[in-house]
Design a protein around this ligand. Structure first.
Ligand code: SAH
Ligand code: DHB
Ligand code: MG
Length: 226
C-alpha cells in the first residue's frame, strides 16, 4: 500500500460522502491564501466529527485549536438551532481568517473564536454558560494535550465525547524514547486517557489525504471530580 493509494481512496470517499461545498472550499482557500499551514482535518475527518456530534445531539462544543476554522465549520453545522461552538486559538491571524470563513459559512451566530493560549482560557470556562460541553475537540499544540485532557474532563459531563487529533503522527507515537516534544506530549495524553476511569476510550489510526495519523475518541462515562 502506498500513501497515493490511501489518498485516492480518501478522495473517492470524499466525493461520495462529503462532496465539494462552497463554504468549506472557501475556508481552505482563504487559509492557504493567508499562509496558514495545510493541517486542517480532512473532509472525511470533518464528516466524522459532525457524525459524532450529531450522534450525541451535541448542543455545546469546545474546540482547542481553530486554525482557519475548517473543523469548526463541520462541527458548527452539526449543531441544532441554538447550539454553540467555542473555539480557542492562540494566533490572532489564524483567528481572523477563521472568523471570516465562519461568517461566510453563515455560522457567525453559533461560533465564538476566542484569541489566546488555551491554557489561559480554559480555567475561566468552568463558569461559562456554555459549560459543561457535550463535545470537546483537542487539536492545538501537542505538548499540552495532557493538560487539555485535564480541562476537558472538568468541562464535560457523563455522555460527553472528548476527541483528539494527531495521536499517531506517522507512527512515531510508539517510540517511547522519542526526543520530539509533540510525540512525548501525545504519549502522555494517551497514557492519561487510558488510565482515567471516567472515560471509555480508543485510538483509531487513519490514512488518507493527510497521510498516516489518528484520532482518540473517548466517551465520558463517569462523574467528574471537582
Ligand atoms: N482544528 C483545525 C486545525 C488546528 S491546527 C482544523 O482542523 O481546521 C492547530 C492550531 O492550534 C493552530 O492554529 C495553532 O495556532 C493553534 N495553537 C497552537 N498552540 C495553541 C495554544 N497554546 N492555544 C491555542 N491555540 C493554539
Ligand atoms: C500538525 C498539527 C495538526 O493539528 C495536524 O492535524 C497536523 C499537523 C502539526 O503541527 O504539524
Ligand atoms: Mg490536527
Amino acid at each position: 500500500m502506498t500513501k497515493e493509494q490511501w489518498a485516492a481512496v480518501d478522495q473517492y470517499f470524499t466525493g461520495l460522502f462529503s462532496p465539494s461545498d462552497p463554504a468549506l472550499d472557501e475556508a481552505l482557500r482563504a487559509a492557504a491564501a493567508a499562509g496558514l499551514p495545510a493541517i486542517s482535518v480532512s473532509p472525511s475527518q470533518g464528516q466524522l466529527l459532525a457524525i459524532l456530534a450529531k450522534s450525541i445531539q451535541a448542543r455545546s462544543v469546545l474546540e482547542i485549536g481553530t486554525l482557519g476554522g475548517y473543523s469548526a465549520i463541520w462541527l458548527a453545522r452539526a449543531l441544532p438551532a441554538g447550539g454553540t461552538l467555542l473555539t480557542l486559538e492562540a494566533n490572532p491571524a489564524h483567528a481572523e481568517v477563521a472568523r471570516t470563513s465562519i461568517a461566510r459559512a453563515g455560522l457567525a451566530s453559533k461560533v465564538e473564536v476566542r484569541v489566546g493560549r488555551a491554557l489561559d482560557a480554559l480555567p475561566g470556562l468552568v463558569t461559562d454558560r456554555r459549560a459543561p460541553f457535550d463535545l470537546v475537540f483537542i487539536d492545538a499544540d501537542k505538548a499540552n494535550y495532557a493538560a487539555y485532557l485535564v480541562w476537558a474532563l472538568k468541562l464535560t459531563h457523563r455522555g460527553s465525547l472528548i476527541i483528539a487529533d494527531n495521536i499517531v503522527r506517522n507512527g512515531t507515537v510508539v517510540d517511547a524514547s522519542s526526543n520530539d516534544v509533540n510525540v512525548q506530549g501525545v504519549r502522555r495524553f494517551n497514557a492519561a486517557l487510558a488510565a482515567d476511569a471516567r472515560v471509555t476510550a480508543t485510538g483509531i489510526q487513519t490514512v488518507g489525504v493527510k497521510g498516516y495519523d489518528g484520532l482518540a475518541i473517548a466517551l465520558v462515562v463517569g462523574d467528574q471530580v471537582a
